[in-house]
Design a protein around this ligand. Structure first.
Ligand code: C2E
Ligand code: CA
Ligand code: CA
Length: 721
């Protein structure tokens, strides 16, 4: 019997263990959803068992999830994944619905095709509800099952293919199309011919000059690769660089391009010619997978290239990935004498404050600012230029292809430009010809002229919390930002992490607007404007403080902002601000004010006056309203005699009046009387006075509350008559 019991226990334990092993094997530990294998297996099973239904696979990826992890911390990242997983679970209540977590932030659903529309809508809603305030944005790829359906694994791949086609752009949903597969095939062809391409020297370096927009002269050039493909003709980098970045061939290609560049510079110098600095592009992969610093210094030595003649462009998004590592690497490169350009700046990956911690030399402003007439994003452009002045960074605008661009850029103080308006990328022979053309090149201007002149405060220093605290802000730490203000728009130039947490926004959100004024409730904007002008008048000393409200979802965020005006440039004022969240405090002050106001109104409406009586000192305290009504001082000592001496109580009523006070002093709970009292304006009014005792924990009276009620028009008066 006992044996049997033990045996069953063991059996049960074994079953539990087996279950947990299966669980571990099949479920993602963070989201508790099926992992890829289990999801595929389960989907295939369901599809097989329900032959009359057409299914589809929907894959969901959280855009820039890495960045979310970085901004809010891994824990928050995991919370977000869990949240999404929970929401997806709610969408798969039926047996024919399956949810999975393919990897990290990639989720998948397998559902009947007729539910696509509703499901996609619900998925989007999960994110539009701003889970955990994270501003997470989804990319959704849909694969609609074919008559002869492939394995679930390749269905997922196709859904992912669709998803990848929209990653990083403004679309959120894409359905798999046949063309996508062709693209894949094309990619395959390229992959097959890339190694031979290097061997046969099919890759060529092209140069695109960079110009000083004030003089129109060439001050440098960027090296851009082209592929003279034996079958496909001349290929632009857009057709192969992204692919090489995926399949890691980019490292080989870049090594080749750098080598070719160094070789060209050497040959050119050997011909006794002067050269402008030329920049090469570095890929994220290069930095992570090779010792770029050693490779490049070795190259400079082998080809005897003078320091400064080869510069390095590193794209902004790289900095957003693993900032510490990149910052360290750029630091090393700089120590070895390289000039570092931050490429594609403003693409949306880095917040401005990232710049203060990266020690780069030149900013290359992304082409997207040049769309249309270049006026669309003038505010941002302006903000970047301001900020670059603060950081003492020269700026090169990319994609300058119209005269209007040049005008606009110059009006905001941008000196350098690169784009089709000046020159298209050209082969080395053409570039050599250009270098030799008299009057076209300025060999002394390396494209390093700072924007505007020097600045008056060291901002790196200023942004350091402690200095900040000491110098300007007393004991306020927390959210700080720099704004530029043109009289209407208040744009963020830089801000710290705390600021973004408080304001719940990236520096540039999707809509691209940076005007903080628009986030402030309309009725508070005047207060803001007023504070800004007060701050401007007071200069650095005290600044100006303001309490304003900002919408946050369905609630309102109360902000205390202290502005300091730092300087004015290009007709804009630059402010520095410390912000704090005063929502809790302001809400309680507000509710107190409202309740007092309500109380006062109620009192006035009922002709009732309330006062406080300190039973120990026998002093009565009156509100302003009561003081006015009865012509009394704020306090009346020695109650009740004090009132009688002042003549407040009309003749004949004194004894009744005294009696209620005596009752309270004796320890009674309540006492009331009706007396005729003289009012502030000399008239007499019949009042009912009620005193109510307030006791402490021991039960002794410490206070009383008096209530005076005008009963002139009531039955009491009629009776008296
Ligand atoms: P990027 O570094 O931002 O290079 C600038 C791109 O903008 C070049 O395209 C250039 O031809 C183009 N461009 C210049 N001015 C204008 C303009 O006024 N209007 C327009 N619409 N475009 C202009 P390209 O040569 O096709 O290169 C595309 C991207 O490929 C580059 O963008 C860079 O990210 C990458 N790339 C090019 N060469 C290399 C390389 O050797 N190594 C690596 N890792 N990446 C490279
Ligand atoms: Ca570049
Ligand atoms: Ca660029």
């Amino acid at each position: 019997m006992l044996e049997d019991c033990k045996y069953r226990e063991l059996l049960e334990e074994n079953r539990k263990l087996r279950e947990s092993v299966i669980h571990l094997r099949e479920y993602d530990p963070v989201t508790n959803l099926y992992n890829r294998e289990a999801f595929c297996a389960s989907a295939e099973r369901t599809i097989r068992q329900t032959p009359q239904t057409r299914f589809e696979i929907i894959c969901i990826d959280i855009e820039r999830f890495k960045l979310i992890n970085e901004l809010y911390g891994r824990e928050q990242g995991d919370l977000l994944l869990k949240y999404v997983a929970e929401q997806l679970k709610c969408l798969v209540r039926e047996e024919t619905h399956i949810a999975g977590n393919l990897r990290d932030d990639v989720f998948a659903l397998c559902i009947p095709a007729y539910e696509e529309e509703v499901t996609v809508e619900r998925i989007l809603r999960i994110f539009s509800d701003k889970p955990l305030n994270s501003q997470a944005v989804p990319a959704v790829g849909v694969y609609r099952m074919d008559a002869e359906e492939p394995a679930a694994g390749s269905m997922c791949d196709r859904a992912l293919m669709a998803l990848n086609s929209i990653k990083g752009n403004d679309h959120h949903v894409a359905v798999y199309r046949e063309g996508m597969r062709e693209n894949l095939l094309r990619e395959q062809e390229i992959t097959n011919s890339m190694a031979a391409g290097i061997q046969n020297k099919e890759f060529k370096i092209y140069m695109q000059p960079k110009c000083n927009m004030e003089t129109g002269k060439v001050v440098g050039a960027e090296v851009l690769v082209r592929w003279q493909h034996p079958e496909k003709g001349l290929l632009l980098p857009g057709e192969f660089v992204p692919l090489f970045e995926k399949n890691h061939f980019i490292e080989k290609l870049d090594l080749y391009v750098w080598e070719e560049t160094a070789a060209w510079v050497r040959r050119w110098l050997e011909r006794g010619r002067a050269c402008v600095p030329v920049s090469v592009n570095l890929s994220r992969m290069d930095i992570f997978n090779m010792d770029v610093c050693s490779v490049l210094t070795d190259l400079m030595e082998r080809y005897q290239i003078p320091t400064g003649l080869i510069e390095l462009e590193i794209t902004e998004s790289v900095y957003a990935g693993q900032p510490e590592r990149i910052i360290k690497e750029t630091e090393r490169l700089k120590k070895s004498g390289f000039t570092i350009l931050m490429d594609d700046f403003g693409n949306g990956y880095s917040s401005l404050n990232m710049l203060s911690s990266t020690n780069i030399d030149i900013l290359k402003m992304d082409m997207r600012f040049m769309e249309g007439e270049g006026l669309k994003s003038l505010g941002i452009l302006d903000a970047i230029l301001h900020m670059s002045k603060w950081l003492n960074l020269p700026v090169i605008a990319e994609g300058v292809n119209r005269e209007q661009h040049v005008k606009t850029l110059r009006s905001v103080g941008c000196v350098y430009g690169q784009g089709f308006y000046y020159y298209r990328p050209m082969n080395t022979e053409e570039f050599e010809h250009l270098l030799l053309t008299p009057g076209k090149v300025d060999f002394a201007d390396g494209g390093r002229k700072k924007v505007g002149s020097g600045h008056f405060l060291d901002l790196t220093d200023l942004f350091h919390k402690d200095t900040l605290t000491d110098r300007l802000l007393g004991n306020i730490t927390g959210a700080v930002a720099q704004y530029s203000y043109d009289g209407t728009r208040l744009c963020v130039l830089r801000a710290n992490g705390e600021y973004y947490r408080l304001m719940d926004e990236y520096w540039m959100n999707k809509s691209g607007h940076v005007d903080v004024m628009r986030d402030i409730l309309p009725e508070d904007r005047e207060k803001m404007t007023d504070a800004l002008s007060r701050a401007k008048e007071s200069k650095e000393k005290e600044g100006a403080e303001v309490f304003v409200r900002k919408r946050r979802g369905n609630t309102v965020l109360w902000l205390r902002i202290r502005f300091f005006c730092l300087t004015s440039q290009y007709g804009n004022d630059i402010f520095y601000a410390a912000l704090s969240d005063e929502t809790v405090r302001m809400n309680s002050i507000e509710s107190l004010r409202i309740s007092e106001e309500r109380f006062r109104l109620a009192m006035e409406a009922t002709n009732t006056v309330i006062f406080e009586l300190d039973t120990e000192t026998r002093t009565a305290y009156y509100s302003e309203y009561a003081q006015k009504a009865f012509g009394l001082d704020a306090t009346v000592a020695n109650a009740p005699e004090g009132f009688i001496e002042q003549g407040t109580v009309c003749e004949g009523y004194e004894e009744t009046f005294r009696e209620i006070y005596r009752a309270i002093y004796r320890g009674e709970d309540k006492a009331s009387c009706v007396v005729r009292a003289k009012m502030g304006d000399g008239s007499t009014v019949l009042n009912r006075i009620t005193l109510t005792a307030i006791r402490d924990k021991e039960g002794s009276t410490v206070k009383a509350v008096g209530m005076v009620e005008n009963v002139s028009c009531s039955e009491v008066e009629d009776e008296e008559k």
